[in-house]
Design a protein around this ligand. Structure first.
Ligand SMILES: [Fe+2]
Length: 218
């Protein structure tokens, strides 16, 4: 398992699933844009909240398109982010495989293979597709924060439903997680108003949600 250590002197942000140039995502996610150009523009305008010198962890599904054109779109978009003084680290999404073939660099090798991020005293798991297996495995290693993309705010997709609903989180699963309820947060851009989120803010929000959601059951 790869660990990425990031200096606390660098502001750290996360985002995911922009799906730049992806026409159908407007409909699937009910995104409030008439065209993909309008969506792309808004996403890039919103990067202005990130100060130069920051690091942005990007959680997968970056651009849409065919083969080389897709790769060129991705390189242009990456350069645009870097030109704003932001260092971006890409994690592979299920729609990014062809980018990897053309040489686009990712921090991980598979959509459900995450990386442990060490940021000062904080450790968290970052991945595109979060699975119960990863949550159990890394909970047992003392990791209790899990930030991911892929779900686009759909909290009842496949096996992940247990991670979001205390009624589905069984006693057995809790025991497997060393008795600590994991704090799980979807950072897909469509549920964050098409903005990246600062990790320290996300911690405050996740903790507040966690405390209110689970206080009655655990
Ligand atoms: Fe996606």
């Amino acid at each position: 398992m790869k660990t990425l250590t990031i200096s606390q002197t660098r502001p750290l942000w996360v985002t995911s699933d922009w799906h730049l140039f992806h026409e159908n995502i407007l409909k699937h996610d009910k995104r409030p844009f008439s065209t993909v150009e309008e969506m792309n523009q808004k996403i890039f305008e919103n990067l202005s909240i990130i100060q130069a010198g920051s690091i942005l962890l990007y959680g997968g599904d970056f651009v849409w398109g065919k083969k080389e054109m897709k790769y060129n779109f991705a390189c242009e978009a990456k350069k645009k982010i870097e030109d704003m003084g932001i260092e971006v680290k890409f994690f592979r999404g299920n729609h990014d495989n062809s980018l990897a073939k053309y040489g686009f660099v990712f921090e991980n090798n598979a959509v459900d293979e995450g990386v442990i991020i060490e940021y000062g005293d904080l450790k968290f798991f970052f991945v595109h597709k979060l699975t119960i297996n990863s949550v159990v495995k890394y909970s047992q290693k003392g990791i209790h924060y899990f930030f991911h993309g892929h779900n686009h705010g759909n909290k009842h997709r496949d096996e992940e439903k247990e991670l979001y609903d205390p009624l589905n989180f069984s006693e057995t699963l809790l025991k497997e997680c060393n008795g600590v309820m994991p704090m799980v947060c979807d950072v897909s851009c469509n549920i964050w108003d098409y903005k990246a989120v600062r990790v320290l803010d996300l911690l405050k929000i996740s903790s507040a949600f966690h405390n209110s959601a689970f206080s009655k059951d655990v």
